[in-house]
Structure formats: C-alpha cells, structure tokens
Design a binder for this molecule. Structure first.
Ligand SMILES: [Zn+2]
Length: 479
C-alpha cells in the first residue's frame, strides 16, 4: 500500500478499477496470462458472498456436491451436436503422467456435460425427481482479453444444475433462482439489480430461456451479475436424462442451470467505490469496523490500549467483524487512508482525549469527511455500531439506486437512444426483431440487457423501426 492517490474515476474509470483491485489487495496477476490470484482480502469477501448465497440455496431445497475438473472431450462434442452455438474456448489435457492420453480431457468450462452424464445414471423414475444440486468450484475458459474479476481465464463460481419431471416445475425453478440472486444482490451487496429475461440473441446458447440480473456500474455500463437458465429438454436429450413417469412412460427430464461468479466482486467494486478506494457493504465486508488507537507517550499507550481491547471484545461479542490496527511503524493518518482504500465501512478512533471523556470518534466510509464523523460514548458502543452498520448498508443501496435511476432515460426517438447509451441506459419499446436489436448494436455497441420482469402492460412503438411492440427493454453498453 502506497500513499499515492488513485486515478480518479472521471479521469479513467478502467484505470481506477485496475488500481483499486491491486491497491486494496483484492487480487493480483498470475504468472499465466489471464489468470488471477485472489488475495486473502478478496477471498474473504468471496467467502462472505458464498455464505450469503449458500444459505439461500439450502433454504430453497438445494444440496452441494463436487464434480471432477477433468471431462472427456467426447462429452463436449456430444453437447456441440445438440446445442447450436455452444463453443467455449477450451483448455485441453493431452498428456497425463508423461503418456499421451487415448482421449483428450477438457478442463471444465462448466460442469453441464459431466453433471448431465451423471444425472442420466441417477435418474430412472419420477420418484428420483427433482434433483437440486449446486457446486462451488472453478472453471477455465480460454479468454483472450481479460481483466481481474471481470473476465479471467480461470474463475470461481457456483453452478446449480437441476432436473425436473415437468416443464412448469423447471420454469418455476429458473425464476426462483433469479429471485434468489436478486435478493442477494440487493440485500447483501447493496447492488440494485434489474431482474429480467435475455433476448434470443443474448441468451446462453444451450438455453431455451435465459434470465439475468443486470447492474449499472458508475461508468453507466451494465454488468450481467448472475444468470438462471431454463434449458427445456435440450440437455436431457443430449445426455439422455430420461425417467419413467407415473404412467410408466419414458420421458426426458426438464433441466435448469444457474450461476454467479467472482465477477460479482467487480460489480461491488464498480457500484460502490470512490476516488479514495473501495466501499464495501457492511453485510459482506470481511472487516466491518477497524479500531485505530492513537497515542504518543507510553502512559497514553497503556490507557488507550486498555480501552481498545475492551471495545474490541464488546464488538466481537455482539457479532461484529472488527480489527484493531495496532501497527506502530505507520502513522494514524496512513492507517486512515489504508482502511479507506480497503473499504472498511466504519472506523473507530480511540485517543487520549477520548479516554478522558469516555468517548470514541466514528467515521463512516460511505460519507467521507465531517459529514460521516460522530463522537459517541464508549458505553453502549456495540449497539450503536450495529445500528450504524445497518444504516450504512441502507444508504449505500439508496445511493446506488439513485445513481442508476438518474442514468436511465426513455428516449423519444432513435437518435436520442444512440446519444443516451453513450452515458446511460435507455428504457424503450422493442418489437422483438433481431434486426432492430442488431442495428442498435452496430450503431452504438449497446445491447439489450434484459426484458425486465416488472413492466407496464400494453404496447407501444419500437424505438428502432416504429412498428408495434409488446415489450419494453433496457439498452446499454456492457462489460
Ligand atoms: Zn423494431
């Protein structure tokens, strides 16, 4: 951590992002180009994301399992025959233990195929359904243009794969998991997302329907932050997942898949960060409050550290994730900057004057300067800190929502649309035609982010061609 300032967001957002990821020690570049090392602080954030999601997966009836990293090449070929347009860039193992392999093995780009293969063995009867399995793991896709967290050659994620007896059940599952992602993003990460359905062009190749949560970053570009797919019987046919129904008739199962990855860390950084560094939502922050002792003489040190130890125990007992920064080789000012860079939601300063008065100074990360500062009694501090963390969480969501809503516009005509998407999102009628969708992309690089679930009834005129349209959609440039 150096004293150097970050490149401000309005000067170069992308450079700001790259600097913050490294300076806050979230991740670093690996020796293999395109791979990332997730550092302990970044991983601690990911662990909190995992816990918040895993709890929700289990509450909705899912269980975790682990499938292997290596997949026979033939599985991917089988998938290619059945799923048009599915072509992940693969890493292939051809030598094992010094011997050339009879069949090359693929490092999983997703576990869809191996899970499909296993489901075809496990599922025989309608009594075996539904199967609701999730896996936490890593996958490899040979990406050429990479950025830490946003797009890396190897990344971490969870992938849910479910099989059902009927179409309505599988559709319901798809929407349930979209709702789970949405709830997680809004209530844990304070990232306001718009849940919706992908256009046919933008959907996952193997899916019958893809759904997504879309978030707006502070440069107004969209980030697809989690997806849930209704696969119909596409994969069941490719992998022969069949079961005998109640009438003893052989049926193909209906499947879904859904995933959220370390990319979401990018969403948190770009939704909340400022020119001083990260701002982490309290519910996910690895450290929620940092205590900075301030002292000069030895006598002061004893009194201050006695109070700091007591405060730390009280906060810990109240379930608050707290850390004391007792480094002596750096100044309090350096520590302030350091923890601001790392986005710790609340700073607690304890100095000799506070000891005299029985107080501490609190500084909110989301409101820099005087506005976020308060002086409060040491008595009852744990309850006050807990309240404050809740308030920080709430204001972060409000601020991000206000920012998003003030950058979404309803254009009056196509010319206006092409202007707006340079620095915002548009919300407008679209006639469902691929031609109109591609025209926008060619002219502006903006794509349909989603057809939001919540939208007004009725119809209007397509913003591109003027023909009758039944859906309103968001157009935006995306990561
Ligand atoms: Zn149109």
């Amino acid at each position: 951590m150096s004293d150097e300032k970050l490149t401000p967001r309005n000067v170069d957002f992308s450079e700001w992002y790259n600097q913050i990821v490294q300076r806050a020690e979230m991740a670093d570049y690996a020796p293999v180009r395109g791979c990332m090392v997730v550092r302990p602080y970044g991983w601690a954030l990911w662990e909190n994301i995992q816990q918040a999601l895993d709890k929700r997966f289990k509450e909705t009836g899912h269980v975790n399992a682990a499938f292997p990293l290596l997949i026979p090449m033939s599985f991917l070929e089988k998938e290619k025959e059945h799923v048009e347009g599915f072509s992940p860039e693969l890493a292939v193992v051809t030598i094992g233990g010094g011997e050339k392999l009879e069949e090359p093995l693929v490092v999983r780009p997703t576990s869809e195929t191996i899970i499909g293969y296993m489901y075809s063995k496990w599922i025989k009867s309608y009594r075996d359904l539904p199967v609701l399995i999730n896996q936490w793991g890593n996958v490899v896709r040979w990406e050429l243009r990479t950025r830490l967290f946003l797009r890396t050659l190897e990344f971490y994620w969870q992938e849910g794969h479910t099989a059902h007896a009927t179409e309505p059940e599988a559709r319901e599952e798809t929407m349930r998991m979209l709702q789970v992602y949405s709830d997680f993003a809004v209530n844990e990460a304070a990232v306001p997302v718009i849940p919706g359905i992908k256009s046919q062009t933008e959907k996952f190749a193997g899916a019958h329907m893809s759904t997504t949560i879309e978030a707006m970053m502070q440069d107004t570009r969209a980030l697809q932050s989690g997806t849930s797919h209704f696969l119909a019987q596409n994969f069941a046919r490719a992998f022969n997942i069949q079961f005998l129904d109640e009438n003893n008739t052989l049926q193909y199962a209906w499947t879904t898949s859904w995933g959220l990855s370390t990319r979401f860390i990018g969403a948190i950084i770009m939704t909340h960060g400022d020119d001083q560094g990260l701002i982490l939502p309290p519910r996910l922050a690895p450290i929620q409050a940092v205590i900075i002792p301030i002292f000069k003489s030895d006598l002061e040190t004893i009194a201050v550290m006695e109070a700091v130890d007591r405060i730390q125990s009280e906060l810990k007992a109240a379930g608050i994730r707290v850390k004391v920064d007792d480094r002596t080789e750096v100044t309090p000012g350096f520590k302030f900057n350091d923890w601001e860079m790392r986005g710790v939601p609340l700073r607690i300063e304890v100095g000799p004057k506070d000891i005299e008065k029985g107080t501490v100074a609190l500084a909110r990360r989301d409101k820099p300067g005087r506005e976020g500062k308060s002086f409060v009694p040491q008595t009852g501090l744990a309850a006050r800190v807990a309240e404050l963390l809740k308030d920080i969480q709430k204001s972060m969501l409000e601020r991000a929502t206000t920012f998003r809503d003030s950058h979404i516009f309803e254009p009056n005509d196509y010319a206006e649309l092409t202007n707006i998407v340079q620095n915002g999102w548009t919300y407008s009628w679209w006639c469902d035609s691929v031609d109109c969708e591609s025209k926008v992309k060619e002219d502006t690089k903006a794509t349909i982010r989603c057809i939001p679930l919540e939208q007004e009834e009725g119809h209007g005129k397509c913003i591109v061609c003027g023909k009758d349209a039944k859906h309103k959609v968001y157009f935006a440039r995306a990561y």
